[in-house]
Design a binder for this molecule. Structure first.
Ligand code: HAM
Length: 423
């Protein structure tokens, strides 16, 4: 026998038994997004490499070392999207979605980053992302945060902490940069290789370093917050006061700079201690320059993305109760007339009750069919043989209750099930 081909490291199948959680998560999130009037957009998974280089930033981990980039048959350089914001902005400009209008959009799907796989960090992972355009006040930043807080409430997750910061404008960051570079240059011997490299290319990224040896230096570095202009400060204070009034707890984290270069002013992350090193389950912020940078008319923007795998792990770890996706009824049938009649009965029951009914296709003895029925998680098994069809009745077996099997006239089956299913 040949060795079977295995999945790529860091890329996982999401198996049917995990679907309960995925379904719950996606249903809850999308219903919250709808209740805030966000509209869905679907973008391609592959884009021109240049799109990500120009938006995420040349000197970022993603662009420097994590992109799945390849040449297609025409010799064009393409990249599997490492995130959704860049594609969404491109799609909006290209399709005239944000010209002189306000937009609230969301998308969902896989993203690809060639990171070192570990718990909570994958090479293919799923995000639900939200992007808003044309609203420049802190009100929309607050809406994004309130909406994410509502998502946690709906999911039954209550140990998430909100970190916020302001990165100011690009001019403010440029001024701050000189202070930061001076400080870091004074400590150059204590910097790790990555940070030394970034000192000249993208010094703000040093603040994002996770290297434990760097933490002390970073802690004592000058703070961007102390170099913000009045407009940025006012924006940040505006956000904080809405959050205060809405009773949303937050921590101002001056070191929160994010791993992508497009942010301006507000940035935020929702983090948990319970996932180890990969504790950020939602991250985002404002990116007021990006639309113009990609060739659109100047349009302010803000958004966030949820990491679905991390949220699923949290739901599982917290034993959050999620609705069953098991069938309610399992229909066992044996014999030619029973099979023909059984399929029609199941159609009628679906019409009447719109419930999950699994029909035993593929034959097998009643014994093995009932074993499958039990394993399926169904509440009831309907048992139909040729004799039952001839006599005009059907067996009802209670799989989760201590009740004797019943024989019910087929003409009364719907009413009978109505009583059983509502009890
Ligand atoms: P990000 O921080 O790069 O931001 O990713 C957002 C979230 O995706 C992270 O907080 C995390 O939960 C999840 N995530 C990222 N990388 C991985 C990975 N390798 N494995 C598993 N989960 C991961 C963005 O992508 C921005 N586009 C967010 C945004 C939208 N900002 C404005 N609008």
């Amino acid at each position: 026998m040949q060795k079977h081909v295995q999945a790529i490291r860091g890329m996982h199948d999401i198996l049917p038994q995990q679907n309960r959680y995925w379904q719950f998560l996606e249903d809850k999130v999308t219903s919250v997004l709808r209740s805030y009037s966000y509209e869905r957009i679907r973008m391609p998974i592959v884009e021109k490499t240049e799109l990500f280089v120009r938006t995420i930033g040349e000197v970022t981990d993603i662009v420097e070392k994590e992109m799945y980039t390849f040449e297609d048959r025409n010799g064009d350089s393409l990249t599997l999207r490492p995130e959704g914001t860049a594609s969404c902005v491109r799609a909006c400009i290209e399709n005239g979605l944000i010209h002189n209008q306000v937009r609230r959009l969301w998308y969902s799907g896989p993203m690809f980053r060639h990171e070192r796989p570990q718990k909570g960090r994958y090479r293919q992972f799923n995000q639900i992302g939200v992007e808003t355009f044309g609203m420049d006040g802190p009100d929309i930043d607050a809406e994004l945060i309130l909406m994410s807080a509502r998502i946690w409430r709906e999911l039954g997750l209550n140990d998430l902490t909100l970190l916020i910061n302001s990165l100011g404008t690009s001019e403010e960051r440029a001024k701050y940069r000189t202070h930061l570079v001076r400080y870091m240059s004074d400590h150059v011997n204590d910097l790790d290789d990555d940070s030394k490299k970034r000192l000249s290319s993208n010094p703000l990224r040093i603040l994002d370093s996770k290297n434990p040896q760097m933490q002390d230096i970073i802690e004592r570095a000058p703070r961007l917050m102390d170099h913000l202009g009045s407009d940025s400060l006012e924006h940040f204070n505006g956000l904080k006061s809405i959050l205060d009034e809405a009773n949303i707890q937050y921590k101002v984290e001056p070191r929160l700079v994010r791993g992508l270069d497009y942010y301006d002013k507000t940035v935020f992350e929702w983090v948990t201690e319970s996932l180890g090193a990969q504790g950020t389950v939602c991250a985002g912020g404002r990116y007021d320059q990006l639309v113009e940078q990609l060739g659109g008319r100047p349009t302010t923007a803000a958004g966030f993305a949820l990491g679905l795998e991390r949220l699923i792990t949290l739901l599982e770890d917290n034993n959050v109760e999620v609705p069953s996706v098991d069938p309610v009824i399992y229909l066992a049938m044996l014999g030619e007339s029973a099979v023909n009649r059984g399929l029609l009965i199941s159609e009628t029951l679906r019409n009447r009750f719109s419930i999950n009914i699994r029909v035993n296709c593929g034959g097998g003895s009643f014994k093995s069919q009932l074993k499958r029925a039990d394993k399926s998680g169904a509440r009831l098994a309907l048992v139909l043989g040729d004799d039952e069809v001839a006599n005009g009745n059907i067996g009802v077996k209670f799989l989760r209750e201590d009740k004797p099997q019943q024989s019910v006239e087929l003409s009364r089956l719907e009413d009978y099930l109505m009583d059983q299913l509502s009890s």
